[in-house]
Design a protein around this ligand. Structure first.
Ligand code: NAD
Length: 284
């Protein structure tokens, strides 16, 4: 049976490291690293995420602030807010909470963001740095998945990995991160033919689709590592992943639970990115 990759515990480890780095930063620079989140509108899920980011920033000593803007905010007003935060000296990380209301163009907003403060790792500069193996700010959820893989101690070099899902937020960046670790990566998506066969040959399976139990347990190769990014609701209202857990856990060597696997890592890596950004900016 698979060993469980405990995302809660590993996220707590990351946060403890961040807290230490924050203390050292404050000693050296006389101020706390700052994370500023822009929230447009009143989407209830976004309110919860943003509140949690602000609260967890506080627990590691990062100055967190939320800039709430009304749902009828114009593109110009939002871009002006981002420019203001770009210029603010005590702001190290800027995050524009997505999705934005439909009348706003999120790509254009992200294009305005100062890459040195791009703690979500979503600007074209951050993407370019990632794909060219250069230091930079990495998207938080895939970065957290890499940390979970590292925890297993399983060698990535030469391993066959399948990433299911090709979003700019999760699938594509994790494919880049795995290639950087010398894995042989297949990037599967909605048009992939015979997904089962691609999964059956994989030593590492990353599922980031958003379809409950799409990946069947009997597709998993014996001893594979399974990272399930998906968050779905079952008919009975339970949170379930993209992988059929019980079947996969019989075959895998390591597996993430849902919830309690990838989920807790995202904010931990956001906080880690904020300290990275603060240290880099302070060294300029
Ligand atoms: P998305 O909707 O942007 O992308 C889904 C991807 O899945 C697409 O690239 C699509 O091609 C692929 N896909 C769809 N149907 C498929 C099929 N039948 N077979 C193979 N591929 C298929 O989603 P996303 O933003 O990448 O998020 C994916 C999942 O991860 C969601 O459940 C989301 O809630 C979750 N998520 C979790 C976290 C976290 O844990 N913190 C963060 C981000 C996303």
């Amino acid at each position: 049976a698979a060993k469980i990759i405990d995302g809660k515990a590993i996220a707590a480890e990351v946060k403890a490291e961040v807290a230490q780095r924050v203390t050292a930063f404050v000693e050296k620079h006389g101020r706390a690293p700052g994370l500023d989140v822009v929230l447009v509108g009143d989407d209830p899920a976004s309110q919860v995420y943003v509140g949690s980011k602000e609260k967890q920033a506080g627990t590691v000593g990062i100055r967190g602030a939320v800039h709430r803007m009304p749902s009828d905010t114009t593109q110009d007003a939002l871009e002006a807010k981002v420019r203001e935060l770009n210029a603010a000296r005590d702001v190290d990380g800027i995050l524009v909470q997505l999705p934005l209301p439909k009348h706003l163009d999120s790509q254009r907003v992200i294009d305005v963001l100062e890459p040195g403060k791009d703690v979500d790792g979503l600007t074209p500069i951050s993407t370019g740095l990632l794909w060219s193996d250069r230091p930079g700010l990495r998207p938080c959820t895939p970065w957290g998945c890499m940390r979970l893989l590292q925890h297993t101690g399983v060698a990535l070099e030469g391993a066959r990995a399948v990433v299911i899902g090709r979003s700019a937020l999760v699938g594509k960046p994790i494919a880049a991160m795995l290639v950087a670790k010398n894995a042989t990566v297949t990037l599967a998506h909605s048009r992939t033919k015979d997904l089962a066969a691609r999964v059956r040959e994989a030593d590492i399976v990353i599922a980031a689709v958003g379809k409950a139990e799409l990946v069947r347990g009997d597709w998993i190769k014996d001893g594979a590592v399974v990272i399930d990014v998906g968050i779905n609701r079952s008919a009975s209202g339970k949170l379930i992943g993209d992988v059929e857990y019980a079947g996969a856990a019989e075959r895998a060597s390591w597996i993430t639970p849902v919830p309690g696997g990838v989920g807790p890592m995202t904010i931990a890596m956001l906080l880690s990115n904020t300290v990275d950004a603060a240290e880099r900016r302070a060294s300029w």
